[in-house]
Design a protein around this ligand. Structure first.
Ligand code: 26M
Length: 789
């Protein structure tokens, strides 16, 4: 390893050890790891090719992978070797690892889930390919200026991204616009614009390097000038248009994770990567000499939300227009390949494209959508429509074109059946299945929490790394004082690490003995960060009134970004920062309460915050959070949850036991019921002197003295609408927080509850989730050679 690092430093980077920067060392280390990885990757790729086994194609607009060096070193079992080699060279492994920027090619949960799935697919030895977009700029970076969010462009590709291999030979034409002509029953699409999609491959190596898959991200290139002659309407203007389109199409990740804005560029991005992926998988299949009619035996295509839902029409187009299949035959065949995962019930997130826009960008696909629609109406008269009110509804399209549709938690799947797809569900009662989300324990325990994972492995061996159910062996130890002390010592060391970081980065003193109460996720009204900060104000009021009343000291930690155009979310950020500034400067409560909101929350920050958390905030309005996956990461790392009966919280509570979970709030049914009572918010406020006082303070400018009217609008929405029922759940949330305070005082008992959480999380491994997809939807098995290893 040492020699390899030095060799790469010299011949790969042209540097000698004496004049190398941290960046140089990281590049040399990464290349040394990459060589070893390739030695696992190529044989896997060859084996998958030779055996002709069925492959999974996971299509996702987002892959939120974060850093890679440590992941690679860890999965290859090379962390110790790398650390030792660098130490011999006078370098610090940890420092070098920290030099790597996050690959932030995703917004949040949906993108991170795709990344966890790639890890599990490789570890389970399921031949798979992830397909996505190689964005030049990932999710924006967040700064706070006077407490308000400011966005900076993210530039991860300004440094060498050595994990990827460019594949200039893998190239597809992606066409847009123009018109369609029909001759003798055959459609001819004469597009107006063309770009080329080229592939960049990143190896994804599973545990112990037993199997490797590929994450293939597409970048756009302009069509080559010498290629113009072969164009139908080849001229220099279309070449320069192609250049402009190619430059913009992969430029940025759309930073909205819930609001669909119907932008043309977004539709082009979706079609761009979906078409390239479908063309690529068909080419792979055909190069094996297969009959296209057998494609469903070779390819399972999973759509991560509706963003790649154009895959249905695109596959049909290629089957009919290029391979000469009949329309109805093509539809049936496409359906057998496709699965669709729904990630949200929020109406504003459902993708709908104005028909005129859709038809202008994808005229041939609009024809095919009409055929799909007609076919479905013929078979199921009066069923829900894909084309409605002048829109193309991508949810209905994805549902109708998939043989299986899945929700991401038990509750969410039930709500999918009862709400968004109720009518389609009645017509296709076997189609909707549940696959509760999961997380990879390799990143979210082994790598991010060495203190705890070392303790666990010392106690029960390392079988949990590939079989998380093994953690159940820890359950009996909840009565073992010595083990509990060790468990809490690991937590304590993670809290100290975080305290030092907070001091260094933000200049705030926090006490590692205090309860670390953490809410990290995108800022959204349904996730109710505002309820958390209101509770913080209420607690502060009580502490100030009676500072000696035996309070449990708390550190309230927030992290998360708001979509740049989401005004209310930005107001919530501003309020949290204003409250933090006020509370953190109060001498009366300085040893009792702190509010910490580090800017630019990302995967790497999560890897530090989660192991240090005592309390995990999962407080969404019931029925709104499809699953959540942060909730699982916290519980796995021994934090207790304060939460509503929403998403996967329900299942987490069942697994860890009601006595080890702080439950509060209305249920999903009660939420729907309460909304039918006009004036429910005002009634709740009228009944709560505590809320009245807080709203009074905010409105008087207690937290914004220079600008007292700053939050009048925000507070007004609580009285007037409060769609997410903050006011209805507030008192029960406050009381439950005080129960958590009491519980935290009994250290041994808290330790038992925390340990029971960790020990009960086996079910929430993404390995289990992927096995569910493999069995229920994809009909693929792990490769026997990998499964046995
Ligand atoms: C859509 C159109 C235009 C621009 C962006 C989007 C878009 C991007 C991301 C819409 C939704 C996006 O993500 C939604 C998401 O992250 N959903 C979360 O998925 C997780 C994994 O299943 C769940 O755990 C979360 O509960 C769910 O909110």
């Amino acid at each position: 390893m040492k020699n390899d690092i030095l060799r790469h430093l010299r011949y790969g980077l042209g540097k000698d050890a004496a004049h190398s920067s941290t960046y140089d060392w990281r590049m040399a280390l990464s290349r040394a790891l990459r060589d070893r990885m390739v030695d696992h990757w190529i044989p896997s790729t060859q084996a998958a090719y030779k055996s002709k086994s069925k492959r999974v194609y996971y299509l996702s607009m987002e892959f939120l992978i974060g850093r890679l060096v440590e992941d690679m070193a860890s999965n290859l079992g090379l962390v110790d070797e790398a650390r030792a080699a660098l130490s011999d060279l006078g370098q610090d492994y940890d420092l070098i690892v920290k030099d790597e920027p996050d690959a932030a090619l995703g917004n949040g949960g949906l993108g991170r889930l795709a990344a966890c799935f790639m890890d599990s697919l490789a570890t389970l030895g399921i031949p798979a390919m992830g397909y996505g977009i190689r964005y030049e700029h990932g999710l924006f970076e967040q700064d706070f200026v006077e407490g308000q969010q400011v966005e900076r462009p993210e530039t991860w590709l300004q440094q060498d991204h050595i994990w990827e291999f460019e594949r200039p030979e893998v190239e597809y034409r992606i066409t847009f616009g123009g018109h369609v002509e029909h001759h003798h029953d055959k459609a001819h699409w004469h597009p107006g614009e063309t770009v080329l999609a080229t592939a960049y491959d990143t190896p994804v190596i599973g545990w112990k390097g037993r199997w490797g898959n590929t994450l293939r991200l597409w970048a756009a290139q302009p069509v080559k000038v010498f290629d113009l002659a072969s164009f139908n309407r080849g001229d220099y203007l279309s070449a320069s248009r192609s250049e402009a389109l190619a430059r913009t199409i992969c430029r940025v990740l759309y930073p909205d994770d819930t609001t669909e804005t119907g932008k043309e560029l977004r539709l082009k991005q979706e079609y761009f990567f979906t078409s390239a992926s479908i063309q690529d998988l068909i080419r792979r299949f055909m190069s094996d000499g297969g009959d296209i009619r057998n494609l469903p035996d070779a390819a399972a295509i999973q759509l991560n939300d509706t963003h790649p839902a154009i895959a249905g029409p695109e596959l049909i187009r290629l089957l009919v227009d290029d391979h000469g299949l009949k329309m109805d035959e093509a539809m049936a065949l496409a359906r057998r390949c496709l699965g669709y995962t729904n990630h949200t019930l929020l109406p504003e997130a459902l993708e709908r494209w104005p028909e005129w826009l859709f038809g202008r960008v994808l005229p041939r696909h609009l024809e095919i959508v009409r055929e799909i629609e007609d076919d479905h109406q013929r078979r199921f008269p009066g069923s829900p429509r894909i084309l409605e009110h002048g829109n193309v509804c991508m949810g209905e399209l994805a549902f109708i074109m998939a043989h299986k549709v899945n929700g991401v938690s038990a509750l969410h799947t039930e709500l999918v059946k009862q709400t968004v797809f109720a009518d389609l569900h009645k017509l296709h009662p076997q189609r909707i299945v549940n696959e509760t989300n999961g997380i990879t324990q390799r990143r979210w325990l082994k790598t991010c929490n060495p203190a705890l994972s070392t303790l666990i492995t010392g106690q029960i061996g390392d079988g949990w790394i590939t079989d998380l159910d093994e953690l159940a062996k820890l359950k009996p130890l909840s009565g073992d004082a010595q083990f509990k002390d060790a468990f809490m010592a690991a937590k304590r060391s993670n809290k100290e690490r975080l305290s030092n970081w907070v001091k260094a980065e933000m200049g705030i003193d926090i006490d590692p003995a205090a309860m670390f109460d953490v809410q990290i996720k995108r800022i959204h009204e349904y996730k109710r960060q505002h309820m958390n900060i209101l509770e913080t104000i209420a607690l502060w009021n009580e502490m100030k009134a009676r500072p000696d009343a035996g309070w449990t000291p708390r550190v309230k930690i927030f992290g998360g970004k708001a979509a740049p155009g989401y005004y209310v979310a930005k107001e919530i950020i501003h309020l949290i920062n204003d409250v933090a500034a006020t509370i953190n400067n109060d001498p009366v409560t300085k040893d009792l309460l702190k509010v910490v909101y580090p800017p630019n929350y990302n995967v790497t920050m999560a890897e530090m915050l989660i192991p240090a958390a005592d309390l995990s905030e999962q407080i969404s309005t019931a029925g709104k959070e499809a699953s959540g996956t942060g909730n699982m990461k916290f519980a796995l790392n021994g934090a207790l949850t304060i939460g509503t009966l929403d998403g996967a919280n329900v299942e987490i509570r069942e697994h860890v036991g009601a006595e080890n979970f702080f439950l509060f709030g209305l249920t999903a049914d009660e939420v729907m019921e309460r909304r039918t009572h006009p004036g429910y918010a005002r009634a709740a406020i009228d009944a709560s002197p505590r809320m009245q006082r807080i709203f009074g303070q905010i409105v008087e400018g207690r937290f914004s003295p220079q600008d007292p009217s700053r939050y009048h609008g925000l507070v007004g929405t609580f009285y007037d609408s409060d769609y997410f029922l903050v006011t209805c759940d507030f008192d029960s949330y406050y009381d439950t927080q005080r129960r958590a305070d009491e519980a935290f005082k009994n250290e041994r008992n808290w330790a038992a509850m925390a340990l029971t959480n960790t020990a009960s999380m086996g079910f929430f491994s993404s390995d289990r989730t992927i096995k569910g997809y493999a069995k229920d939807i994809w009909h693929v098995g792990p490769r026997p050679d990998v499964a046995e290893a």
